[in-house]
Design a protein around this ligand. Sequence first.
Ligand SMILES: Cc1ncc(COP(=O)(O)O)c(C=O)c1O
Length: 392
Amino acid sequence: MAYPSGRHFLQIPGPTNVPDRVLRGIDRLTIDHRGPEFASLGKEVLAGLRKVFRTSQPVVIFPASGTGAWEASLVNTLSPGDRVLMFETGHFAALWQEIARRHDLRPDFVPSDWRHGADPAAVEQKLRADPNHEIRAVCVVHNETSTGVTSRIPEIRAAIDRAKHPAPFLVDTISSLASIDYRHDEWKVDVTVAGSQKGLMLPPGLSFNALSAKALAASAQAKLRRSYWDWQPMLQANEGGFFPYTPATNLLYGLREALRMLEEEGLPNVFRRHARHGEATRRAVRAWGLEVNCADEREHSNSLTGIRMPDGHDADRLRAIILERFDMSLGQGLGKLKGRLFRIGHLGSFNDLTLCGVLAGVEMGLRLAGVPHRPGGVAAALDYLSLPDAAT
Ligand SMILES: Cc1ncc(COP(=O)(O)O)c(C=O)c1O
């Protein structure tokens, strides 16, 4: 597109569109991160985050992308040689597993077809087969951003409990927090990993660990080397609203605004909005005669949809045409799904009419790229979105 006008449609599943209110929140003078004004900012965002994680326990903030928070979750709770149970739900689960390997952990990486979530029955079976409790952590990606599949965390929690296994439960919510229902305390998660650039509607650059008493006890024993990621100095400084090193002050201003927006809308409404957009998108895909990647009705992601390409058609070519003609970025297929799948992000700062524009761009792109499909996906979404509220 030689002269794009209007707003770019950033419909990858994160980073998401940053609302003007958050951009204006960030656009302030950077202040002394050891001064009194900072302390009140620090305290406000740390308290506000707890509500989003649904926890009364500490949440720590790293000036880092989500990968840093992944690493922090492992190095604070584990020791070299520890066995960890991980599930190959897709590309991001594979990357987390890679971090574990690089830290000399021994992942038991349960394979999958990248169309299903982590299987609660497999969790139970693996843990029952470990009577000496050598497995020191169970790690699950809640919403696998590479596939559009949401694992059933409460059922996995119940499976861990049925097996009476004490391993800490580590969950990656990088593309689900503040988009899909998630409850750190109620689901007895020990470390929740999250990032700023998706449901929290911020630019990339912050990531989070929500902790539990069990996670803190594990950190007192854990022997993996850690410095930057160490929870202890962070927790001590956070008591006064401060950080042990220079924080990303202006992103914290943005976080304060994003937390206020989520509070105003109300988390249940935020989840309902995402569920509605997930459903409308899936209806469009089915009307086109294309296939949603997620193979289990119970595991559809409400923050993104992975769409499989008909054989012989390249998803990256379709994405390139849509970018060139309509100035819209869609998510690519990652890892072994490269070229075979594209992803629509429908999370964060997003509404019905944005979704209509997104789906119209995809439908026109399918036509231009010569991808076999039926017309009518947009119409199917409009039908759904214009139902009376109670019916959606
Ligand atoms: C589920 C999930 N986990 C981890 C990551 C890695 O986060 P980052 O790219 O911010 O380091 C991502 C990134 O998209 C993700 O979607």
